[in-house]
Write a protein that binds this ligand. Structure first.
Ligand code: FAD
Length: 377
């Protein structure tokens, strides 16, 4: 794909981002999201749409989420009387009395940018993200279209990347970058032939939805750098956090990987401030604008309950929660001492960064594939 110069609205150039991602961040993030702490996400999957109550859950096979993790589910999360959760019995997946234990050291803090799932709600369940990868599900049409439309249009981002107000532009670019990432994962893991259940890279979809729109790819770089900046800003908090799941060996590895990520010397020297949040909220109407954008982002979190496909809803919720966590870290905390994150927020933030990082890799790989296909045709 190959862009040159600085990523717009950011402080690092494209070449450096590509190199850092390929050689440092992507390999660490790939390992990190496999650890028990980061692969189980607590989420309310029940479709509870406040905007279009008629929108039912879709019945597509590849849409459904297996809420039942395999037998190596961390001991702390297991139900005391039935450790193995069987498919079709999602209620067996979680013993809510162990929550306090699994969440020890993690508080329940508010985020002004998001509407949280009720922590005490009986509808919450743990999902093993590795068993439910983000990929093509067949979710499209009116339901998907109106959600993207509501995100972009109803939330007043009409001017997109041309908006002269930096804060609104940043907002638009964050959403557009996430959209690019979702489309990239759909194209990279696509059901090419239903009859033989053949999955593969869909280069024409990748070209149509992503590669032929350079601004969408640029927005992905932007979102990546924004989230990376949030992770760096929370570096001491993340390095000192408790990643216990009851498996000491795995938990030590988790801690080591987090430290390698946030403490990377190469990152510190090559791209020390991926995004400069201090430049924002300086105008006379800054407080009002921040309240307005917080309301809009909370609306977006509520919209995720309308995504009519369970697996898309899972990843939509996780990634919007990750973005909300980044917004909180960068815009709603004075200094690192005031920072307090929920366990789920940390999981969402780093899984989001991993998805974005994977998308950057996939964009290069698939752009090469498209080029080689074109040179043969
Ligand atoms: P869409 O991707 O629906 O885009 C709608 C319109 O938005 C486009 O016509 C274009 O005008 C604009 N647009 C597209 N990309 C960008 C961008 N990057 N920046 C700015 N504007 C843009 N489907 C799956 O198969 N798997 C999933 O995991 C999945 N997750 C989803 C999660 C969410 C939250 C949502 C809302 C949908 C999800 N979908 C998923 C559906 C998927 O995103 C598409 O909506 C669907 O594949 C239909 O695509 P489309 O070609 O109509 O364009």
């Amino acid at each position: 794909q190959g862009f040159e110069g600085m990523v717009e609205d950011c402080c690092c150039d494209y070449g450096t981002v590509d190199l850092l991602n390929k050689e440092v961040l992507h390999p660490v993030l790939q390992e990190l999201v496999k650890t028990p702490f980061f692969r189980y996400y607590k989420v309310k999957l029940w479709c509870d749409c406040p905007f279009w109550p008629d929108d039912g859950m879709c019945q597509l096979r590849d849409c459904s989420v297996c809420e039942c993790p395999e037998s190596e589910f961390p001991a702390m999360f297991r139900s005391s009387d039935d450790a193995s959760c069987q498919e079709g019995r999602p209620e067996g997946a979680v013993d809510r009395t162990v929550d306090a234990m699994a969440f020890q050291g993690w508080t329940d803090t508010d985020n002004p940018w998001t509407i949280d799932d009720e922590t005490e709600s009986g509808d919450l369940t743990y999902v093993n993200l590795l068993l439910n990868p983000e990929k093509y599900t067949g979710y499209k049409g009116e339901s998907a279209r109106r959600i993207w439309e509501a995100i972009y249009a109803q939330n007043c981002f009409e001017n997109g990347e041309k908006d002269s107000c930096t804060e609104r532009r940043v907002f638009y670019r964050l959403i557009s970058g996430l959209h690019t990432s979702i489309s990239t994962h759909i194209a990279a893991e696509y059901l090419m032939d239903e009859a033989t259940n053949l999955w593969g890279r869909n280069t024409s979809l990748m070209h149509d939805r992503v590669l032929q729109h350079p601004e969408r790819v640029q927005n992905l770089y932007f979102t990546y750098l924004f989230v990376l900046r949030a992770v760096i800003k929370a570096q001491s908090y993340l390095a000192e956090a408790e990643y216990s799941t009851g498996n000491e060996v795995e938990d030590r590895l988790t801690h080591k990987l987090v430290t390698a990520l946030v403490g990377s010397e190469r990152l510190r020297t090559a791209c020390p401030i991926p995004f400069d949040e201090a430049k924002l909220w300086r105008g006379p109407d800054a407080d009002e604008l921040k309240n307005q954008l917080q309301r809009h982002f909370r609306n977006i979190t509520a919209l995720m309950d309308c995504v009519g496909c369970e697996k898309c809803r899972l990843w939509g919720k996780l990634q919007i929660s990750g973005l909300g966590t980044a917004l909180k870290i960068l815009f709603s905390v004075d200094g690192e001492n005031g920072l307090d994150l929920q366990r789920n927020e940390v999981i969402a933030l780093l899984n989001l960064l991993s998805r974005l990082s994977e998308s950057l890799e996939l964009i290069h790989e698939m752009a090469d594939l498209v080029r080689s296909q074109n040179s043969f045709s």
